[in-house]
Design a protein. Structure first.
Ligand code: SF4
Ligand code: SF4
Length: 425
């Protein structure tokens, strides 16, 4: 197949032509930093996408697949680009085209369909999967897998957290004190299946600041992992389900505590732009999505957190800093905690190598980026490492464990919740 298949999911030529090949984005690109190869830089990948448009390279060619697959979709290049290239949109479209063109065996197709259509959209399945994975890890599953030569699965199991919390939250967390707002918590798929305690912490922190939180049961996975992996049709189906379930709620905002989900939910307008029945609804929905830190700073903290003694480093999730341009709000919240010393972290804005399913699909590159990140964490002298995305949290915790470092990895909302607990106790 030469050139892109026409239709909804081809990278838009106008977006590609915004690139003036200046190279300003190159120093910010993690894969270029590790590999030093032009075709693994944003500029090189854009050039490659243009040559496919012109019909000079086949979508299914090994070179195109290699360099597009090796991209983290971290969007650091978007932040750096002076010409406004919306790289995330074009690379996701390129991946969708790759999925149409490339040959996958029946087993690989089955695994993708199971993960994207069965596991992620069903919280009870995913919670069961998380519990079994945690148990397998505790029973030494990684060692057994390595012994039988299943290194990839062993690496995957190493990423699983030592504990997972799941279960439904109360339908409402009433505002404490005078009610200043009402929001709905987007509880996510991985968050609901493995980090339910963090969801509860998020709701408590908001409630302590006078914001009533409702947790609608009728919501599903946001579809971010599907879109990043080229399954945009599946992602659109989930987007329609979420919009239909949540749009009529009488709330000020939909609150998200997972950066990858937040960036994707804010992009629903783009995802459904070619669907006349849904495009306007999607845009209206996306305009109401807010990261938890963004909402807390915009409402303002009225409850004073208690003291937490820690030397903390904050690592920016890519889809918060680059996907949503949110970097100051989390730091502002952390600075509000007495006793918490916020230390600088070199390359805090560079990807840790988690990137959705990247640590599964590109384990060597992911490991190289994680080692680089953990080196900076150790050099910072921090004993606490804070992030705001479940994938980053699992990846960073695995890196800290592998390094044998005495660093606690936590979600921003858990840190705030602990500080409020300290104030109450
Ligand atoms: S993506 Fe932007 S920064 Fe990078 S080469 Fe193109 S115009 Fe320059
Ligand atoms: S999304 Fe990240 S990895 Fe991909 S080209 Fe841009 S900076 Fe590089």
């Amino acid at each position: 197949m030469s050139g892109y298949a026409l239709g909804t999911d081809a990278p838009e030529k106008d977006l590609l032509s915004r690139c003036v090949h200046c190279g300003f984005c190159l120093p910010t690109c993690p894969t270029y930093a590790v590999l030093g190869v032009e075709m693994d830089s944003p500029r090189g990948r854009i050039k490659l996408m243009q040559t496919v448009w012109d019909g000079r390279v086949e979508v299914a060619s090994a070179g195109f697949a290699l360099h597009i697959d090796q991209c983290l979709d971290c969007r650091a290049c978007e932040t750096a680009c002076p010409s406004g290239v919306e790289y995330g949109k074009v690379v996701e479209a390129a991946r969708a085209q790759l999925e149409v063109a490339r040959h996958r065996g029946p087993a690989a197709r089955l695994v993708r369909a199971f993960a994207f259509r069965v596991l992620l959209p069903r919280p009870s399945f995913l919670a069961l999967f998380a519990r079994v994975s945690v148990l397998a890890k505790r029973l030494g599953g990684a060692t057994i897998l390595r012994l039988v030569g299943a290194r990839r699965l062993a690496d995957l199991l190493a990423l699983v957290p030592s504990t997972a919390s799941s279960g439904a939250l109360p339908a409402t967390f009433p505002a404490i004190g005078a009610r200043r707002g009402r929001v709905a918590l987007f509880s996510g798929c991985v968050m609901r299946a493995a980090f339910a305690d963090t969801n509860a912490a998020t709701a408590r922190v908001l409630a302590r600041n006078g914001i009533e939180v409702v947790v609608p049961e009728e919501q599903t996975c946001c579809g971010a992992l599907q879109a990043h992996a080229g399954a945009r049709g599946d992602s659109r189906d989930l987007a329609r389900r979420n919009i239909a379930a949540l749009e009529a709620l009488d709330v000020d905002a939909f609150i998200v505590n997972a950066a990858g989900c937040g960036a994707h939910l804010k992009g629903y307008g783009w995802l459904l732009k070619d669907d006349p029945a849904w495009s306007k609804r999607a845009e209206a929905f996306a305009a109401r999505v807010k990261d938890a830190s963004e909402a807390l700073v915009s409402f303002g903290l009225v409850a004073r957190p208690g003291t937490l003694r820690a030397r903390a480093a904050y690592d920016d999730p890519c889809h918060l800093i680059h996907g949503q341009r949110i970097s100051e709000q989390p730091r502002e919240l952390l600075r509000a905690i007495p006793g918490l010393e916020l230390v600088p972290l070199t390359e805090a804005d560079m990807c840790c190598g988690s990137a959705g399913t990247y640590n599964v699909s590109q384990p060597e590159l992911s490991r190289a980026l994680l080692d680089r990140k953990i080196g900076h964490v150790l050099a910072s002298g921090a004993n606490m490492l804070i992030t705001a995305n479940p994938g980053c949290q699992m990846q960073l915790a695995a890196g800290v464990r592998a390094a044998g470092a005495r660093v606690t990895v936590m979600h921003l909302m858990d840190v705030l919740d602990q500080a409020y607990e300290a104030a109450a106790g």
